[in-house]
Design a protein around this ligand. Structure first.
Ligand code: 13P
Length: 250
């Protein structure tokens, strides 16, 4: 019912050579193209090369962020229509690194999600609590608050375009993965909250897990009832690891 999505967020890593390595690796790999969706999300500068390198493979390209305005005096920013021109299919919004390091707040994240949807690009909304918030048992409030901040600002039609990724901040790049039970618990809360909006939407929305997912733990995480894919950081930089995770999902 929900097609798993495995997305590799390269963050500020990679090179033209790595794009080429991935293009070659994917060309040699056979996937049942309708069994899973796969996305590679490199830095902006490599999108055109990635689009070309992944031609003929099931891999779609994604961007790591965008700006919520259509055009104008916003130095350094990239709009949804520009991403669309480069064949971008997905865009991350609200990644914890953008929230923290680049001070993006819920209003900015909502504007980004709307701008993406208006151009037919699928926003992957990232939500997640810090270690302190988990230790204080506030993770549900934080994560559901981040979800509501975007859901409330979207129309019913717009909501249907969204993918959500639960990325506990304490599990990102730390090697400390949420246990499958911890991840499933939050995913189940997210899905229950989605039911307040629309039963059908809740059944169909893909909820990804992110945070130190790797070939060794992917299968167990992905077999949880409410985990519909992964958002992978470090392990998405090695073709063999990333492809192994894709196979675990398919
Ligand atoms: O932030 C992440 C993906 O967006 C997760 O990163 P790691 O897989 O490196 O923990």
């Amino acid at each position: 019912m929900r097609i798993p999505l495995i997305a590799g967020n390269w963050k500020m890593n990679g090179s033209l050579a790595l794009i080429e390595d991935f293009g070659n690796a994917f060309s040699r790999t056979s996937f049942l193209s309708n069994a899973i969706d796969i996305a590679v999300i490199p830095p902006f500068l490599y999108l055109a090369n990635a689009d070309e390198a992944f031609e003929g493979t099931p891999v779609q390209i994604g961007a790591q962020t965008l700006y919520g305005e259509a055009s104008g005096a916003f130095t350094g920013a990239v709009s949804a229509s520009m991403l669309k021109e480069f064949g971008v299919h997905y865009v991350l919004v609200g990644h914890s690194e953008r929230r923290t390091l680049f001070k993006e707040d819920d209003a900015a994240i909502l504007a980004q999600a709307r701008a993406a949807i208006d151009e037919g690009i699928v926003p992957i909304l990232c939500v997640g609590e810090t270690l302190e918030e988990r230790d204080e048992n506030r993770f549900d409030d934080v994560v559901l608050g981040q979800l509501d901040a975007v859901m409330k600002g979207l129309s019913e039609e717009q909501r249907r375009q969204l993918v959500v990724a639960y990325e506990p901040v304490w599990a990102i790049g730390t090697g400390r993965t949420a246990t499958p039970e911890q991840a499933q618990e939050v995913h189940a809360s997210l899905r229950a909250r989605l039911r307040h909006y629309d039963e059908n939407l809740a059944d169909n929305m893909r909820l990804l897990y992110g945070g130190s997912m790797k070939p060794a733990n992917a299968q167990e995480l992905l077999s949880q009832a409410d985990i519909d894919g992964g958002l992978i950081g470090g392990a998405s930089l090695k073709p063999d690891d990333f492809i192994a995770i894709c196979h675990a999902a398919g």
